[in-house]
Design a protein around this ligand. Structure first.
Ligand code: 1GP
Length: 248
Protein backbone atom coordinates (compact mmCIF):
# COMPACT_ATOMS: atom_id res chain seq x y z
CA UNK A 1 0.00 0.00 0.00
CA UNK A 2 1.38 3.39 -1.03
CA UNK A 3 1.94 5.99 1.66
CA UNK A 4 -0.53 8.86 1.86
CA UNK A 5 2.36 11.27 1.11
CA UNK A 6 3.18 9.36 -2.11
CA UNK A 7 -0.47 9.33 -3.15
CA UNK A 8 -0.65 13.05 -2.47
CA UNK A 9 2.49 13.74 -4.55
CA UNK A 10 1.07 11.69 -7.44
CA UNK A 11 -2.22 13.52 -7.28
CA UNK A 12 -0.54 16.93 -7.04
CA UNK A 13 1.43 16.14 -10.19
CA UNK A 14 -1.90 16.13 -12.05
CA UNK A 15 -3.22 19.42 -10.62
CA UNK A 16 -4.56 21.01 -7.45
CA UNK A 17 -6.27 18.93 -4.77
CA UNK A 18 -9.01 19.45 -2.20
CA UNK A 19 -9.13 18.33 1.41
CA UNK A 20 -12.45 18.00 3.21
CA UNK A 21 -12.02 19.01 6.84
CA UNK A 22 -14.24 17.18 9.28
CA UNK A 23 -14.49 18.38 12.86
CA UNK A 24 -15.71 15.18 14.52
CA UNK A 25 -17.10 17.06 17.52
CA UNK A 26 -19.55 18.78 15.16
CA UNK A 27 -19.93 16.05 12.54
CA UNK A 28 -20.00 12.89 14.60
CA UNK A 29 -19.77 9.20 13.78
CA UNK A 30 -22.12 8.20 11.00
CA UNK A 31 -22.49 11.75 9.64
CA UNK A 32 -18.71 11.88 9.14
CA UNK A 33 -18.94 8.76 6.98
CA UNK A 34 -21.80 10.19 4.94
CA UNK A 35 -19.87 13.40 4.32
CA UNK A 36 -16.78 11.42 3.28
CA UNK A 37 -18.84 9.38 0.83
CA UNK A 38 -20.05 12.58 -0.83
CA UNK A 39 -16.55 14.12 -0.75
CA UNK A 40 -15.16 11.07 -2.52
CA UNK A 41 -17.93 11.10 -5.13
CA UNK A 42 -17.13 14.74 -5.89
CA UNK A 43 -13.38 14.14 -6.13
CA UNK A 44 -11.92 15.42 -2.84
CA UNK A 45 -8.48 13.91 -2.19
CA UNK A 46 -8.71 13.08 1.52
CA UNK A 47 -10.42 13.75 4.81
CA UNK A 48 -8.57 15.99 7.23
CA UNK A 49 -9.90 15.30 10.69
CA UNK A 50 -9.60 17.60 13.69
CA UNK A 51 -11.10 20.47 15.65
CA UNK A 52 -10.09 23.14 18.13
CA UNK A 53 -12.40 22.11 20.99
CA UNK A 54 -14.24 19.07 22.31
CA UNK A 55 -11.95 16.50 20.68
CA UNK A 56 -11.24 13.16 22.36
CA UNK A 57 -9.52 10.05 20.96
CA UNK A 58 -12.90 8.25 21.15
CA UNK A 59 -14.68 10.87 19.03
CA UNK A 60 -11.81 10.82 16.52
CA UNK A 61 -11.79 7.02 16.36
CA UNK A 62 -15.53 6.76 15.82
CA UNK A 63 -15.53 9.35 13.02
CA UNK A 64 -12.43 7.90 11.32
CA UNK A 65 -13.96 4.41 11.41
CA UNK A 66 -17.15 5.70 9.84
CA UNK A 67 -15.17 7.45 7.06
CA UNK A 68 -13.36 4.18 6.34
CA UNK A 69 -16.62 2.25 6.25
CA UNK A 70 -18.27 4.66 3.83
CA UNK A 71 -15.39 5.69 1.55
CA UNK A 72 -11.90 4.79 0.42
CA UNK A 73 -10.55 8.27 1.21
CA UNK A 74 -7.53 8.43 3.49
CA UNK A 75 -8.10 9.94 6.94
CA UNK A 76 -5.38 12.39 7.88
CA UNK A 77 -5.34 13.75 11.41
CA UNK A 78 -5.14 17.53 11.64
CA UNK A 79 -3.99 17.60 15.25
CA UNK A 80 -4.68 20.22 17.89
CA UNK A 81 -3.03 18.18 20.61
CA UNK A 82 -2.45 14.62 21.79
CA UNK A 83 -6.21 14.05 22.22
CA UNK A 84 -6.57 14.15 18.40
CA UNK A 85 -4.51 11.02 17.88
CA UNK A 86 -6.19 7.78 16.87
CA UNK A 87 -4.73 4.64 15.33
CA UNK A 88 -7.87 4.43 13.16
CA UNK A 89 -6.45 7.20 10.91
CA UNK A 90 -4.02 6.59 8.05
CA UNK A 91 -1.69 9.54 8.52
CA UNK A 92 -1.18 12.69 10.54
CA UNK A 93 -0.05 16.18 9.64
CA UNK A 94 3.05 16.32 11.83
CA UNK A 95 2.94 20.08 12.16
CA UNK A 96 5.00 22.74 13.79
CA UNK A 97 3.05 25.95 14.36
CA UNK A 98 5.87 28.11 13.09
CA UNK A 99 4.64 31.48 14.34
CA UNK A 100 3.46 30.47 17.79
CA UNK A 101 4.81 32.32 20.82
CA UNK A 102 4.69 29.05 22.71
CA UNK A 103 7.41 26.46 22.29
CA UNK A 104 4.74 23.87 23.15
CA UNK A 105 3.11 24.42 19.75
CA UNK A 106 6.40 24.71 17.91
CA UNK A 107 7.95 21.45 19.12
CA UNK A 108 7.16 20.27 22.68
CA UNK A 109 3.74 18.72 22.07
CA UNK A 110 5.19 16.99 19.02
CA UNK A 111 8.05 15.59 21.11
CA UNK A 112 5.57 14.26 23.67
CA UNK A 113 3.41 12.61 21.00
CA UNK A 114 6.02 11.20 18.62
CA UNK A 115 6.66 7.93 20.49
CA UNK A 116 2.92 7.19 20.54
CA UNK A 117 2.58 8.03 16.84
CA UNK A 118 5.38 5.57 16.08
CA UNK A 119 3.77 2.90 18.22
CA UNK A 120 0.46 3.29 16.40
CA UNK A 121 2.19 3.08 13.02
CA UNK A 122 0.62 6.36 11.87
CA UNK A 123 2.31 7.97 8.88
CA UNK A 124 3.65 11.40 9.83
CA UNK A 125 3.58 14.06 7.08
CA UNK A 126 5.95 16.89 8.07
CA UNK A 127 4.15 20.24 7.74
CA UNK A 128 5.08 23.84 8.47
CA UNK A 129 1.91 25.51 9.76
CA UNK A 130 1.66 29.26 9.41
CA UNK A 131 -1.21 31.29 10.81
CA UNK A 132 -2.16 34.44 8.93
CA UNK A 133 -4.48 37.11 10.42
CA UNK A 134 -7.17 36.98 11.63
CA UNK A 135 -6.25 33.44 12.74
CA UNK A 136 -9.61 32.89 14.46
CA UNK A 137 -9.83 30.21 17.19
CA UNK A 138 -6.72 28.32 16.13
CA UNK A 139 -4.72 31.55 16.30
CA UNK A 140 -5.82 31.98 19.93
CA UNK A 141 -5.43 28.38 20.99
CA UNK A 142 -2.09 28.12 19.20
CA UNK A 143 -0.86 31.38 20.78
CA UNK A 144 0.12 32.61 17.32
CA UNK A 145 1.66 35.94 16.47
CA UNK A 146 -0.51 36.03 13.36
CA UNK A 147 1.24 37.13 10.18
CA UNK A 148 -0.30 40.44 9.09
CA UNK A 149 -2.12 40.10 5.78
CA UNK A 150 0.22 42.60 4.10
CA UNK A 151 3.42 41.10 5.51
CA UNK A 152 4.54 39.10 2.49
CA UNK A 153 8.21 39.06 3.49
CA UNK A 154 7.36 37.82 7.00
CA UNK A 155 5.26 34.98 5.62
CA UNK A 156 7.92 34.03 3.11
CA UNK A 157 10.60 33.99 5.79
CA UNK A 158 8.69 31.39 7.83
CA UNK A 159 7.75 29.38 4.76
CA UNK A 160 11.30 29.14 3.45
CA UNK A 161 12.54 28.29 6.93
CA UNK A 162 10.06 25.39 6.99
CA UNK A 163 11.27 24.19 3.60
CA UNK A 164 14.92 24.46 4.63
CA UNK A 165 14.13 22.46 7.77
CA UNK A 166 12.88 19.67 5.50
CA UNK A 167 9.13 20.00 5.92
CA UNK A 168 7.19 18.53 3.00
CA UNK A 169 4.25 20.93 2.91
CA UNK A 170 3.53 24.51 3.91
CA UNK A 171 0.05 25.12 5.27
CA UNK A 172 -0.97 28.80 5.21
CA UNK A 173 -4.07 29.18 7.39
CA UNK A 174 -6.34 32.20 7.91
CA UNK A 175 -8.29 30.30 10.59
CA UNK A 176 -11.45 28.27 10.32
CA UNK A 177 -14.41 30.57 9.61
CA UNK A 178 -12.16 33.52 8.65
CA UNK A 179 -14.10 36.29 6.82
CA UNK A 180 -11.83 35.90 3.79
CA UNK A 181 -9.05 33.51 2.73
CA UNK A 182 -5.30 34.14 2.87
CA UNK A 183 -4.80 37.10 0.48
CA UNK A 184 -3.86 36.19 -3.11
CA UNK A 185 -0.73 38.45 -3.13
CA UNK A 186 0.60 36.48 -0.15
CA UNK A 187 -0.18 33.15 -1.82
CA UNK A 188 1.58 34.38 -4.97
CA UNK A 189 4.66 35.43 -3.00
CA UNK A 190 4.79 32.15 -1.08
CA UNK A 191 4.38 30.08 -4.23
CA UNK A 192 7.08 31.95 -6.11
CA UNK A 193 9.56 31.28 -3.32
CA UNK A 194 8.73 27.71 -2.32
CA UNK A 195 9.51 24.43 -3.98
CA UNK A 196 7.34 22.40 -1.57
CA UNK A 197 3.55 22.26 -2.10
CA UNK A 198 1.44 25.06 -0.66
CA UNK A 199 -1.78 24.20 1.15
CA UNK A 200 -4.20 27.06 1.86
CA UNK A 201 -7.17 27.03 4.20
CA UNK A 202 -9.53 29.17 6.23
CA UNK A 203 -12.42 31.25 4.89
CA UNK A 204 -12.79 29.53 1.51
CA UNK A 205 -16.56 29.42 0.89
CA UNK A 206 -17.34 29.83 -2.80
CA UNK A 207 -16.10 28.64 -6.17
CA UNK A 208 -14.87 32.21 -6.73
CA UNK A 209 -12.77 31.97 -3.54
CA UNK A 210 -11.35 28.67 -4.79
CA UNK A 211 -10.55 30.22 -8.16
CA UNK A 212 -8.72 33.19 -6.65
CA UNK A 213 -6.71 31.03 -4.24
CA UNK A 214 -5.75 28.55 -6.97
CA UNK A 215 -5.02 31.30 -9.53
CA UNK A 216 -2.62 32.81 -7.00
CA UNK A 217 -0.74 29.50 -6.86
CA UNK A 218 -2.08 27.28 -4.07
CA UNK A 219 -1.48 23.60 -4.78
CA UNK A 220 -4.12 22.38 -2.36
CA UNK A 221 -7.03 23.83 -0.44
CA UNK A 222 -8.92 22.90 2.71
CA UNK A 223 -12.57 23.66 3.40
CA UNK A 224 -14.51 22.89 6.56
CA UNK A 225 -17.04 25.48 7.76
CA UNK A 226 -19.02 25.76 4.53
CA UNK A 227 -20.37 22.22 4.90
CA UNK A 228 -21.12 22.65 8.62
CA UNK A 229 -23.08 25.78 7.71
CA UNK A 230 -24.76 24.90 4.42
CA UNK A 231 -24.66 21.11 4.31
CA UNK A 232 -23.03 18.62 1.97
CA UNK A 233 -24.42 20.25 -1.18
CA UNK A 234 -22.09 23.22 -0.61
CA UNK A 235 -19.13 21.00 -1.40
CA UNK A 236 -20.12 20.52 -5.07
CA UNK A 237 -19.09 23.92 -6.51
CA UNK A 238 -15.93 24.01 -4.37
CA UNK A 239 -14.57 20.62 -5.38
CA UNK A 240 -15.91 21.18 -8.90
CA UNK A 241 -13.68 24.25 -9.30
CA UNK A 242 -10.64 22.24 -8.15
CA UNK A 243 -11.49 19.36 -10.50
CA UNK A 244 -11.97 21.67 -13.44
CA UNK A 245 -8.28 22.56 -13.14
CA UNK A 246 -7.35 18.90 -13.13
CA UNK A 247 -9.07 18.47 -16.45
CA UNK A 248 -12.41 17.30 -15.08
C1 1GP B 1 -9.29 25.11 9.14
O1 1GP B 1 -8.47 26.09 7.21
C2 1GP B 1 -9.33 25.14 7.66
O2 1GP B 1 -8.03 24.81 9.57
C3 1GP B 1 -10.73 25.28 7.16
O3 1GP B 1 -11.26 26.56 7.31
O4 1GP B 1 -13.52 26.10 8.19
O5 1GP B 1 -13.00 28.30 7.12
O6 1GP B 1 -13.19 26.24 5.75
P1 1GP B 1 -12.84 26.83 7.07
Amino acid sequence: MKSVADRMAESLAKGPIHFTLIDPDKTRGKSAGELAREAERLGSFAILMGGSTGITPEIMTEAARSVHQESSLPVIIFPQGPESITGEADALLFMSLLNSRSVAHVIRMQARASGYIKKLGLEPIPVGYLIVAPGMKVGEVGEADCIERSDLAGATGYALAAQYLGMKLLYAEAGSGAPSPVPPPMIRELKSNLSIPLLVGGGIRTAADVASVLDAGADAIVTGTIVEKDGKAALGPIVGEVRRRRGG
